[in-house]
Ligand binder design. Structure first.
Ligand code: AR6
Length: 171
């Protein structure tokens, strides 16, 4: 089935959804931006969970485009899916599509009915949001879900929200 798409202006840490996605870095140890906000809101058990994932699965760090899942701890969200977006002018932007696809797959594997994404790579990693949104739209347009009924695209500024709304409206 095709999930419903919602595009909203919000702080992703406040959403009551089954999974939120974190725009992490390969260390999985937190950082600034949405990553910092998620670690602050989820509490210190998130860092412990991330350290365990590093030790058991990714001692060299999570590769760009891949995704891993932890509990949501103090968040309303049940799960947090951590993915590492590409850095503009350094990494292949096709890896941004992998972030969204791999996050959706993990959410499906955990029977999530709803998932919220921030605008991955468009803050500290420097990808222009006008380029990123086209990649996001392409992934979502071709996505067929088993369990996910709703995908929420969360923009932190009204300006970013307008770019997303325009791109999704233009088809
Ligand atoms: N809710 C929703 N979106 C947010 C929030 C929030 N609470 N806070 C920021 N954003 P960024 P990146 C938006 O820099 O570009 C971190 O230090 C923000 O406005 O968080 O993938 C990591 O540890 C922007 O549109 O992620 C990495 O080192 C978007 O989230 C690095 O930054 C993404 O900006 C990752 O950089």
């Amino acid at each position: 089935m095709k999930p419903q798409i919602r595009i909203i202006n919000a702080d992703i840490t406040t959403l009551s959804v089954e999974a939120i996605v974190n725009a992490a870095n390969p260390t999985l140890y937190g950082g600034g931006g949405v990553d910092g906000a998620i670690h602050d809101a989820a509490g210190p058990n998130l860092l412990h969970a991330c350290k365990n994932i590093r030790k058991s699965q990714y001692p060299q760090g999570l590769p760009t485009g891949q995704a891993v899942i932890t509990p949501g701890f103090n968040l309303s969200a049940k799960h947090i899916i951590h993915t590492v977006g590409p850095v503009y002018h350094k990494d292949d932007l096709a890896l941004l599509a992998d972030c969204y696809r791999n996050s959706l797959k993990l959410a499906e594997d955990h029977n999530c009915k709803s998932i919220a994404f921030p605008s991955i790579s468009t803050g500290a990693y420097g990808v222009p949001i006008t380029q990123a949104v086209k990649i996001v739209k392409k992934v979502i347009d071709s996505f067929e879900s088993q369990h996910i009924k709703e995908i929420i695209l969360v923009l932190h500024t009204v300006n970013d929200l307008e770019i997303y709304l325009q791109t999704f409206k233009d088809g």
